[in-house]
Write a protein that binds this ligand. Structure first.
Ligand SMILES: *Cc1c(COP(=O)(O)O)cnc(C)c1O
Length: 344
């Protein structure tokens, strides 16, 4: 795992020059999953606990918000507007961060997932959005989220407010910097522990996590494969978005040359019928990980990502001497709204 000459310090310097707030508990732990690894008989699995970023029950969006909300503060914003589904983890972490920073928070929530019932409509993430004092605007599933945020922003501006808009999942080039920083943190932990890893595997949806991690590892440690597991049931569009964002991050950091598109590895086949709909493999992965490790995954993202990792191990994608990192991106508040999908 030889870093490109000088690039690791370069990445850290350039990242250090970007405006950033401190919102997350960092570094997140890196721990072995011994019983799961043994049961699968495959590679050694380490889990990177980004479910433990701390703010408002944690998750991967908090790292992105450190960069996004620094930009919001620099622009003098007093209100954050963002968007997602009813059970969006990104929306919940944004509402928590806005509360902590003393900003108002307005949420455009769209009913994108054909799943319902009182648990889904009222508990989990949406319950917490309300607890954090955010204002909710509920829309149909086919609503154009950007247009809805923009018209909301326009009406807030007319009443004298200064809104800052964050796209779905916090996935733009600024948000993705959070995962370049995560790559620096993880590469440091692996280096210190003398671990040589073959791959980092995680759930991918709006693309910012994979874009930041892939650009970060391409610069720091190009032997590490970053594998996103598609949970959107739309791999071509998701992969294109990851490539676009990684390219933007690369040039924003002023890294040499250009980002190599072939570094983007997106694994299809584990999303099921649609984003947010449970699968049998997800349920099996959530139950196995809970029962072997006392570790909670979630039904929409990390459960499908673990199903993907298990599937890749069963397909022989890793040797038994390999070590792989499973990046736990959070999402556990969604265990409650999806109670019925997880019952035996
Ligand atoms: C948003 C989210 C992801 C996906 O991250 P992207 O950057 O949107 O691809 C994965 N896991 C959880 C729990 C999330 O909330």
């Amino acid at each position: 795992m030889r870093p490109v000459a000088g690039l690791d310090e370069d990445v850290q310097d350039r990242l250090g020059a970007q405006p950033r707030l401190r919102l997350a508990h960092l570094p997140t732990p890196l721990e072995p999953l011994e019983r799961l690894s043994a049961e699968l008989g495959g590679p050694r699995i380490l889990v990177k606990r980004d479910d433990c970023t701390g703010l408002g029950l944690g998750g991967n969006k908090t790292r992105k918000l450190e960069f996004l909300l620094a930009e919001a503060e620099a622009q003098g914003a007093d209100t954050v507007i963002t968007t997602g589904g009813i059970q969006s983890n990104h929306v919940r972490q944004t509402a928590a961060a806005a509360a902590k920073l003393g900003m108002a928070c307005e949420l455009v929530l769209t009913r994108v997932v054909p799943w319902g019932g009182p648990d889904y409509e009222l508990s989990g993430n949406i319950q917490l959005d309300r607890l954090f004092g955010a204002k909710l605007h509920l829309h149909d599933g086919d609503t154009d989220r950007i247009a809805a945020m923009e018209s909301l922003a326009e009406s807030l501006r007319r009443s004298g407010r200064s809104p800052y808009l964050i796209p779905t999942g916090g996935s733009n080039a600024v948000g993705a910097l959070g995962y370049v920083a995560a790559a620096v943190e993880l590469a440091g932990q692996l280096g210190k522990a003398g671990e040589k890893v073959a791959a980092v595997v995680h759930a991918c949806s709006s693309g910012g996590t994979q874009a930041g991690l892939t650009a970060g590892f391409a610069a720091l440690n190009p032997d590490v494969r970053v594998v996103g597991i598609d949970v959107d049931a739309n791999p071509p569009a998701v992969a294109a978005e990851v490539r676009r964002l990684a390219g933007e991050v690369w040039s924003q950091l002023g890294l040499p040359g250009s980002f190599q598109d072939e570094k983007v590895l997106l694994q299809p086949g584990y999303a099921g019928a649609a984003y947010g709909l449970p699968t049998e493999e997800m349920r099996d992965a959530v139950l196995r990980t809970a029962r072997l490790e006392g570790l909670l995954l979630d039904p929409v993202y990390s459960g499908k990502a673990m199903a993907g990792l298990i599937g890749m191990i069963e397909a022989g994608d890793f040797g038994s001497d390999d070590t792989v990192v499973f990046l736990h991106t959070g999402g556990t508040p969604a265990l409650f709204p999806y109670r019925e999908a997880l019952e035996a």
